[in-house]
Design a protein around this ligand. Structure first.
Ligand SMILES: Nc1ncnc2c1ncn2[C@@H]1O[C@H](COP(=O)(O)OP(=O)(O)OP(=O)(O)O)[C@@H](O)[C@H]1O
Length: 616
């Protein structure tokens, strides 16, 4: 008997152990029938049987009593684990039966251990292999399919679904979902067995004779599939965060899933959870980034219907999705940055950053470090290594605003970076490759600057592959009131008031104004109007007050501002007035105010005025 058993174990066939054992027992002198049963309430699983059929109720009696029992010509003894019973015919003496049961029990346990070890080794090898492949995947759909296929293979299951928990909508999203057109099955997170597993964090096994009524057949109705048995285990991270439920449906080789399957699937789910947690994080990052990009893109508005703006809009559409360099020309405040953003957010680079640098606002000595970055200690103020705007814009677009104000030295360095598509940080030696679409903007006549040798011709041609020209606001006809209404609506909404209507007089004043500061000036004026005017009509008086900001000086006293704030407000107005007077020319405004241009930009930045660097 035992040599056959040992051979069986050595051959590595633990499934055959119960059969070999039964045969060995029946080979004993005088024994003519034997049955080995395992209790799997409310059923009994027949592990092996030779000869006549044994009375099941005797097995139950022996298991309950925990000792050998006799009924007619059969005797039964429980095995060590308390779930299996050995039944022998004819009945043998209680002591002999107990010894036999000991032996059979030990052999069965050894066989089961071997089986579980074999299964574990096989699963671990497969899991290791799969985990490696899974970690390389960044496509959640493919990953779930691969996990489901692997689980079906390993646990001999007909189908597998991974239900990911969407806590916000209290939904479990099952994928893959065969038979569902969208490939995705959505159920409330409290529904059926999967809902229970999610809530309790405990595995569940359901087979035809065991809790079959708990199967939610409404899901079958959706998939057109009949669930007979299922095994569901929780998916959760090592720190206990719930991710969802892993479900196997319909064991193929048996009426239901076993305890060993359950243990195996728990181990499988542990690996799957680790990979899923990383992938989901990645996916949600991507989704958040896409949402952010969409928000940014939809916030860009190029309002205007005049022929010049319409033509410009159509050119933007044509060139946006190319990598062509674009030079945007136009007076101060007429929307050059808006056009640059429009180009970027309509290109395939839209998920990468849009970085704007105001070349006029940066002192020549700092321009190189601003554009290309610097290494720690490269100069006195370089306390730490910093990436430049080119590196920050990698993959996206860099707007070089006020390019006409760049020094010849700065132009030479910029040209080199554009030609070589590499930058070297100040104080560094490593060449850093950069992939940036360059957009440039200026309010100056660059061609004239080239003729006067104040702007490099080679750089001019490099930047000027496509030119977009924005007309000043005073040449845009009806767009003036279209823009005015648009801004006024926005600011009134923010101020929580109804948009006032224009009187004919006020409209006339608007049309007569020259708008030296272009759309920016108009926007600022509409903001002041929304917050400072009262009444439901805009009279010409309202505009006279608003168009001359310095005339409102007395109102500061009325507002009762603290001295610091009042001083700041005065500076804001005084600078705005200088810029208005020079028709938006910052260099001239700086002269008028007796400060360096870069200092004026810095001051404007600290006062929260428009016109300094932007980066996103
Ligand atoms: N067509 C437009 N539709 C809506 N808003 C606009 C339009 N043109 C300009 N603006 C708004 O006017 C302000 C100034 O625009 P922008 O900064 O693009 O001008 P700019 O020409 O780049 O100015 P600068 O010459 O000072 O760099 C911004 O608040 C911008 O949103």
């Amino acid at each position: 008997m035992w040599s056959a058993l040992l051979k069986t174990l050595a051959r590595g066939g633990p499934e055959e152990v119960p059969v070999v054992l039964a045969q060995a027992v029946v080979d004993q002198p005088g024994v003519d029938a034997v049955t080995l049963l395992r209790a799997s309430p409310p059923e009994w699983e027949v592990l092996a049987a030779v000869g006549k059929t044994a009375p099941i109720e005797l097995a139950a009696e022996a298991l309950d009593a925990g000792r050998p029992c006799v009924q007619g010509e059969w005797s039964a003894a429980p095995l060590a684990g308390g779930v299996e019973v050995l039944l022998v015919r004819p009945a043998i003496e209680a002591g002999d039966l107990a010894n036999l049961a000991d032996l059979v029990g030990s052999c069965l346990a050894a066989g089961a251990r071997l089986k579980s070890l074999q299964g574990k080794a096989e699963r671990s090898a497969t899991l290791l292999d799969l985990s490696r492949q899974w970690r390389l995947s960044d496509d959640l759909g493919q990953l779930l399919q691969s996990m489901a296929d692997a689980a079906c293979r390993l646990f001999d299951s007909d189908r597998a679904s991974i239900f990911l928990w969407d806590s916000k909508s209290a939904t479990l999203v099952g994928r893959p979902a065969i038979g569902i057109e969208s490939g995705e099955l959505r159920v409330p997170d409290s529904a059926g067995v999967v809902g229970e597993v999610l809530a309790t964090g405990e595995p569940r096994r359901v087979s035809p004779g065991n809790d079959a009524h708990t199967i939610d057949h409404s899901i079958d109705a959706k998939t057109g599939y009949r669930t007979e048995s299922l095994l569901a285990v929780p998916l959760q991270t090592a720190s206990g965060e719930k991710l969802g439920v892993f479900e196997l449906i319909n064991k193929q080789s048996a009426p239901g899933f076993s305890l060993a399957d359950q243990e195996g699937l728990l181990e499988f789910a542990e690996h799957a959870s680790a990979v899923l947690a990383a992938t989901q994080e990645f996916e949600s990052l991507l989704e958040r980034q896409e949402l952010y990009v969409q928000e940014q893109a939809s916030a860009i508005q190029l309002v205007g219907e005049c022929p010049a703006i319409q033509a410009l809009r159509s050119t933007v559409q044509r060139v946006a999705d190319t990598d062509l360099s674009v030079l945007i020309l136009g007076e101060n405040g007429c929307g050059k940055e808006v056009v640059a953003r429009l180009l970027h957010y309509n290109s395939k680079r839209r998920s990468a950053p849009f970085v704007a640098v105001n070349c006029a606002a940066i002192a020549e000595t700092l321009l190189e470090s601003e554009l290309f970055g610097h290494e720690q200690g490269a100069f006195t103020d370089a306390r730490e290594t910093r990436a430049g705007k080119f590196e920050l814009a990698d993959g996206g677009a860099l707007l070089l605003d006020e390019i006409g104000d760049m020094s010849l030295g700065g132009q030479a360095k910029l040209l080199r970076a554009l030609e070589e598509r590499k930058v070297v940080r100040v104080g560094g030696s490593v060449e850093i490759p950069v992939n940036v679409r360059v957009l440039a903007a200026t309010n100056q006549d660059l061609a004239k600057l080239v003729r006067e040798k104040r702007f490099r011709e080679d750089l001019y041609f490099r930047l000027n592959v496509v030119t977009l020209e924005l007309p000043p606001l005073r040449q845009r006809g009806d767009d003036l009131m279209l823009l005015a209404d648009n801004f006024l609506r926005q600011f009134c909404r923010a101020a929580g008031r109804k948009k006032p209507v224009w009187t004919a007089e006020a409209k006339k004043l608007m049309a007569a104004h020259r708008w030296p500061g272009n759309v920016r000036e108009l926007r600022n004026m509409m903001e002041r109007l929304a917050y400072l005017s009262t009444g439901d009509k805009i009279e010409s008086d309202d505009l006279a007050f608003i168009a001359a900001p310095n005339s409102g000086g007395d109102s500061l006293l009325d507002l009762g501002l603290p001295l610091g704030q009042a001083t700041e407000e005065f500076q804001r107005r005084y600078i705005a007035q200088a810029i208005d007077q020079t028709r938006g020319n910052i260099s001239q405004a700086a002269k008028l105010l007796g400060v360096f241009r870069t200092n004026l930009y810095r001051k404007m930045g600290s006062l929260g005025m428009e016109g300094h660097d932007a980066q996103e």
